[in-house]
Design a binder for this molecule. Structure first.
Ligand SMILES: O=C(O)CCC(=O)C(=O)O
Ligand SMILES: [Fe+2]
Length: 343
């Protein structure tokens, strides 16, 4: 029996239940539908009722997704020493690492991160009066062959799909379809992450990713056939499993949309359960605004009857604060969106 490393152990209330509830009801939306009105309505309902949905006929070539998954498997199959050659450190936060903590408990996973816009400007520190900027850049792994080019090709497709979804979401909120564009143009801080969850000898104690909400605008996730992603269902606060659907992408609303929409669309908690036999791979793309974005409820969506529920915050500072807290265990709770909630 392998020794249980206490860094990975979830508190009893957060450990996964032995019985799995499959999330029947998580909407599957066909993006090739002809009627735009129908599509907008479906997306609006999914955002309101679930905060999560799957899309099919999304236009991302299946072959590219398969090449990404294959490249990811080849990369993670290398030795740790090899992978650490393109390792993240507190100066260069992109690349490989295997020590991420979610809510101060270590995740049972290893990841490889890659920014969509290379290089991208971000603040040096989360401190309000520190106006210095730095650049995040991507590493160039030598193996597998053409790894970087494949990721770049994939990122392009993810951006196209994100913009399409942001337009549909804008329409569903009664906004101009391009309303969100200004927050992303040129300097978006989006990144793609390759996740590898190795088999875990104590899946009842640890999690692949602890419960969390995604901080940005949208997440577009490709998961393999193993499954393990669980979503906290809004209707009854139960954890339900998102059933793997071949070639579908799982979309979830992040904290920034929650704030822009003044809580009309809430960002939903999710986590990843691990497996004692099977390894699992997933690839999320996180659509994040430009560092200079002041995130606050949109004017069109606040009124005397529905006053603003959040104070404005700077995206870049928030991002850098969160990135720092993921990197190592800290004593305090990390920064969460509700810290900006107005009384
Ligand atoms: O691997 C997954 O299914 C989800 C991962 C996730 O939630 C995240 O990386 O933010
Ligand atoms: Fe997530």
């Amino acid at each position: 029996m392998e020794e249980v490393d206490p860094a990975f152990i979830q508190e009893a209330e957060h450990r996964p239940k032995p019985s799995i509830m499959e999330g029947d009801g998580i909407p599957i939306i066909d993006l090739s539908r002809i009627s735009i009105e129908g599509l907008v309505k479906e997306i609006g309902n999914a955002c309101k009722e679930w905060g999560f949905f799957q899309v099919i006929n999304h236009g991302v070539p299946f072959n590219l997704r398969e090449r990404m998954m294959e490249a990811s498997k080849m990369f993670f199959a290398q030795s740790v020493e090899e992978k650490r050659k393109v390792g993240r450190n507190d100066k260069y936060p992109m690349g490989y690492y295997d020590t991420e903590h979610t809510k101060n408990v270590r995740d049972w996973k290893e990841v490889f991160d890659f920014v969509a816009k290379d290089p991208v400007s971000v603040p040096v520190t989360p401190l309000e009066n520190d106006h210095r900027l730095t650049l995040w850049t991507n590493p160039s792994p030598q193996y597998p062959p053409a790894f970087r080019a494949t990721i770049e090709e994939y990122v392009e497709e993810m951006e196209k799909l994100s913009y399409k979804l942001m337009e549909l979401i804008a329409l569903s909120l009664g906004l101009h379809p391009k309303r969100f564009e200004e927050f992303f143009k040129k300097e978006e801080t989006s990144f793609v992450r390759l996740n590898h969850y190795p088999p875990c000898p104590y899946p009842h104690l640890a999690l692949g990713v602890g419960r969390h909400k995604d901080p940005g605008a949208l997440t577009i996730l490709a998961q393999d056939e193993v499954g393990g992603l669980e979503v906290k269902r809004k209707a009854d606060q139960e954890w339900v499993r998102v059933k793997p659907t071949p070639d579908a992408y799982i979309i979830n609303v992040g904290d920034a949309i929650q704030v822009w929409s003044n809580d009309a669309y809430e960002s939903v908690e999710h986590r990843v359960v691990v497996n004692s036999e099977k390894e699992r791979f997933s690839i999320p793309f996180f659509l994040f605004p430009a560092h200079c974005t002041e995130v606050k409820p949109l004017e069109e969506l606040v009124s005397e009857q529905n006053p603003s529920k959040y104070k404005a915050y700077n995206w870049g500072k928030f991002l850098v604060n969160r990135t720092g807290s993921n990197f190592e265990k800290q004593n305090a709770e990390n920064l969460q969106i509700y810290h900006y909630k107005l009384p």
